[in-house]
Design a protein around this ligand. Sequence first.
Ligand code: NAP
Length: 346
Amino acid sequence: MTAAADSTSVAPRRRLPPRAGDGAILVTGGTGTTGRLLLSWLLYEAQASRVIAFSRDEQKHHDLLQDPQFQHPALYSMVGDIRDPRRLREAMEGVSLVLHTAAMKHVPIAEANPSEAIRTNVEGTENLIRAARDAGVARIIAHSTDKAVEPSCVYGATKLAMEKLLVAADLDSGRDGSRFDILRHGNLIGSRGSVIPMFLEQKKSGRLKVTDPEMTRFWIDPDSLISAVHQVVIDGRGGEIFVPRSPAARLATVAAAIAPEAVIEVIGVRPGEKMHESLTSRQEASRIRLFEQHLVITPPASGHLRRHDGDAVAADFCLQSDHGPWLDLQAMQTLLSSELVCSHDL
Ligand SMILES: NC(=O)c1ccc[n+]([C@@H]2O[C@H](COP(=O)([O-])OP(=O)(O)OC[C@H]3O[C@@H](n4cnc5c(N)ncnc54)[C@H](OP(=O)(O)O)[C@@H]3O)[C@@H](O)[C@H]2O)c1
């Protein structure tokens, strides 16, 4: 069954609120793993009237438009680069909500090409903020990563800069200006170029290259990610960082779930990588409001929109991937059987 057919059989529970859903919705990086998930949700479940997928590579646009799942009258594809302010401004005409996923995200590639990562992840975000303001876009929600928390790599540092730019932009917006929020999350199960498709490919040779079996990461499945985005659209007040409370797993568990018979070759931690990730830091604890499924990091100066709902947390609170809660082997196998992972052509 395709994801589109799946989505149509689901009750339309994750609709868009009026201010964000009045105009078109722009998905930067709309041809990527997260972008395509968002398109599917927006077209079939949220029933948006106009959705624009924005990214550079024309082949990815071609593949998107050839995919039966995306042959939908409300979908528009637009070739463009977030480094190009003029093109971004054109893309934002008539847009009420921007979901910003476009990024350079590979840790080793960003380490080797830091200035390129800065141009896309930092300067691209500055362009996005200006274009959104010029076009009067109501809501902007950007995807960030646990690697932005006390970053050890160029990728994480650029995503931290992205978060800071957006929080500051929101503060500058005043009461009626564009609202900027962030969704910070761990590894998306099965996303392009990540460890899961890599292990699935290596499985064919009977050998898996594992950086360190004890390395831990947070994992989020596609449906939980969409629910988290929807939560920010519904509940974001501007300048806030939403963090879904996700489970973690050791790399050894991921390897065993994918290829239990394979020989494990330990290759060591790569430059810029951490053994464990954090979704929040101790420095953020005083600004956290805790909810059942997620937490919100409020902006340093939250003014008239200050949030009093949710629970405060202890001063030493932080979410670390080596503290769990854990995905065991069976839970990881269940997640791996999801459609996104099965859709890898392996
Ligand atoms: N995947 C994860 O596990 C994960 C975890 C946490 C956070 N995130 C964040 O989620 C977002 C999406 O990740 P993903 O895994 O979906 O990435 P992805 O599959 O690599 O997709 C990235 C998308 O961005 C586009 N893009 C890259 N540079 C661009 C530019 N300069 N201008 C316009 N479009 C550009 C790419 O298309 P073109 O190359 O054709 O332009 C592609 O459509 C990123 O911001 C990432 O930091 C991902």
